[in-house]
Structure formats: C-alpha cells, structure tokens
Ligand binder design. Structure first.
Ligand code: HEC
Length: 358
C-alpha cells in the first residue's frame, strides 16, 4: 500500500512540476534559438510518424507526364522558392529566419511522393509549411509533386527554362539563345564589338563603366545572392573557379577558354552570350579591363548539386573612370558540371555595382 501511495505522490509531484515549468515561461519559444535536443527529437519523430501514417493509403498517379511537370514547375516557382529555394538560388530573405528550416528541395528529396503530396496538401503544424490544399486542388498538388521528382537534377538553366524565368529576368536573351534564334541579339553585340574595337584604353574604360551601370540596373531585377555558399564545399569546382580568375587576370585567353564548356552561357548586365560570341568580343575587353584596374577577391564559396556545383564569389574592383577613382563590387556566379571527372564552367553570371551605392 505504501508503495502505491509513494508512486501516486511521485506522479503528482511530476505533474505539478511540469505545470510549473509550462506556466513559468522558462522554455524559449523563439525561432532563433534551437529546441532542446530532446524536444527536437520528439517533434521530429512525431512529424515523421504522423506523415508516414497519414500518407500510407494515398494512391500515387503517374508522375512523368511533361504537362503535369510543367504545371508543377510554374506553381513551385511562384509559391515555394522563397522557403525551399531553386537551382542557382543560394538563399532568400525569409529562409535564414525560419525554424524549423525548410529543406532545400532543389538539392535533395527525402519524402516519398505520397508523403510529399500529403505534406503539401495539409501543411505541417508549428512550422512555416502551409496547407496548400485549402487553395489548390489535388491535380495542382500532384503537379508540384511530379516537378519535385525532377527538381534536384535540374541545372539553373534547365530550371529557368522550365519555369519561364529566363524570359522574365533576362529580357528573353538567354531564352532566345537556347533555341538558336540569335539574330537580334547577335546584331546588338556586333555593334558593341565595333565600338570596343577602337583600340585605345579610354574606350575600354568607358565601355566598362557603362557596363557596370547597366549591370547595376539589371541587378535590381534579379540580384545574385551568394549567402548560402560555403567555402570549401566543392573544392574541385572552386579550384576551377580560381584557375578561371587567374587566367582572366593573366590575360591567358587559351586558359580561360579551356575552362569553358562548349554550351557555356555568359550573362552580364542582362545580356547573355554564347561561347563564340564571348570569345570573339567581350573576353578581350574583360582582359583589357582587368589590366587597368586592381581586382581583389573578397569571398568565394560553393554548393554541391550532384554532378553540378555552383561557385559564387565577390571581388572589389578599384578603377579609374574618367580620371576619377571608382570602387566597384563585382559578383560572380559560376555553374559547373562534372563530366568524366573533369569540371567545366557551363554558365557565368556577372554583376557589378558601385560599392557606395546600396
Ligand atoms: C513560408 C515557408 C514555406 C513555404 C512558402 C513553403 N514551405 Fe514547404 N516547408 C516549410 C517548412 C518550414 C518545412 C519543414 C517543416 C518541418 O520540418 O517540420 C516544409 C516542408 C515541406 C516538405 C516536406 C519535405 C521533406 O523532406 O520532408 C515539402 C514536400 C514541402 N515543404 C513542399 C512545399 C511546396 C511544394 C511549397 C509551395 C507550394 C512549399 N513547400 C511552400 C516551409 C515552407
């Protein structure tokens, strides 16, 4: 009897203690402080077992219909990238502050299609994941599930093509390119070249000052964000990026071109060029420009994406423009791909702005 009384007393004290703890406000509910490991483990387990149990009887329709995938791509790019990112995106304004952190769905997928469907439709309590089923029908949600099966394999270019973002952010240039209809753009860069061919240093400077301003204007549309990249994440890709910078700085054309894949696209100030266009024009200008300035790398980081990788970097460029010293910040995002063990650059995006303008 005494034994049972002792147990009851202990239980009572336990419940009282728990109540005192809950009402005291001791537990920190702030999103910028992690859960206690035990609480985290508990919530993680509840989430996993709950989703698995609720998704177990869901019938998965065929997910390889291109139309379904295309619809999902459109929904995803419109509603999900702020939290779950996309190829070529390293972070967003909202993501760093979320807890739990939304998984980067452009990199890997853990959940099964049925679990994804259930999660997207019903959302997850006590997290930022909304229940999209309240505003979207099942067909739309299956479209997103179908698209998510493909997403981790997409390069930034393929993603942009699928979601139509290239046409919006790059004024259609990159898009036109990929379909080989380069007429108007080719004409535009032709006139650029003739202008730059006036072989004197002033011309180059001038041309580039314009360039920087132009890039700045375009940068307000879709700024490159480099925050999520980690130094040393993909050492082999970073080595290629460093070799690329060194070759440009040294004016070694052959070494620059050796690192560029045949299908490479070079985007600067909202204009995208092919390898041949770049080799025939702006490469010479970039080399000439780098000879007249001091360029100092300020950061470099990378992110793995299967057989692809992103390498982002920033440098500070001190130049003299029309006799005035000018400090510019230049940002670069390289997409690289590994083929037969060799990394090559498949896309370059450059952006520059005056360091004082912000
Ligand atoms: C406001 C931020 C936010 C938005 C917008 C958002 N999600 Fe989420 N999502 C989350 C968070 C946070 C989690 C993780 C919750 C957790 O771990 O408890 C999550 C989890 C998921 C998961 C589960 C992933 C896994 O591996 O378990 C899927 C799938 C998902 N989201 C899909 C989507 C789709 C599709 C959209 C757009 C229609 C979307 N999310 C929009 C925040 C968001």
């Amino acid at each position: 009897m005494n034994f049972i009384k002792a147990i009851l007393l202990l239980l009572f004290v336990g419940v009282l203690g728990a109540a005192a703890f809950i009402y005291s406000g001791t537990y920190n509910i702030a999103a910028d402080t992690p859960h206690w490991p035990l609480v985290f483990k508990l919530m993680e387990t509840v989430r996993q077992t709950s989703i698995a149990a609720h998704a177990k009887d869901i019938q998965v329709p065929p997910l390889d219909d291109p139309k379904l995938i295309a619809e999902g791509a459109e929904h995803y790019s419109g509603m999900c990238t702020g939290c779950h990112l996309a190829p070529g995106m390293t972070n967003s304004e909202i993501r760093p502050g979320l807890y739990p952190q939304p998984p980067n769905l452009s990199q890997h997928v853990h959940a099964s299609p049925a679990e994804m469907f259930w999660t997207i439709k019903h959302g997850i309590k006590m997290s930022a994941m909304p229940a999209w089923g309240t505003t979207h029908d099942d067909a739309a949600i299956w479209g997103m599930v179908a698209f998510l099966q493909k997403l981790p394999e997409l390069t930034p270019e393929q993603y942009a093509q699928l979601t139509g973002n290239v046409a919006k952010t790059e004024e259609g240039h990159a898009h036109t390119h990929s379909h080989g209809e380069t007429h108007d753009h080719a004409a535009a860069s032709e006139s650029d070249h003739t202008h730059a061919d006036g072989d004197d240093d002033h011309d180059h400077d001038h041309d580039h000052a314009d360039h920087a301003d132009h890039a700045h204007a375009a940068a307000t549309e879709a700024p490159l964000v480099l925050d999520g990249l980690k130094p040393g994440a993909v050492p082999a890709a970073e080595t290629v990026a460093n070799a690329f910078h060194a070759a440009l700085q040294a004016g070694d054309r052959a070494a620059v071109l050796a690192l560029l894949a045949p299908q490479v696209t070079i985007t600067e100030g909202g204009h995208t060029q092919s390898r041949d266009e770049y080799a025939g024009g702006h490469l010479a200008e970039d080399i000439a420009f780098l000879k007249t300035v001091q360029s100092k790398p300020t950061s470099l980081g990378s992110m793995p994406m299967g057989d692809a990788a992103m390498v982002g970097s920033e440098s500070e460029i001190r130049a003299t423009v029309k006799g005035q010293p000018k400090v510019m910040r230049s940002r670069e995002m390289l997409s690289l791909k590994r083929e037969n063990g060799t990394w090559s650059i498949i896309a370059i995006r450059w952006e520059s702005s005056s360091a004082d303008a912000h």
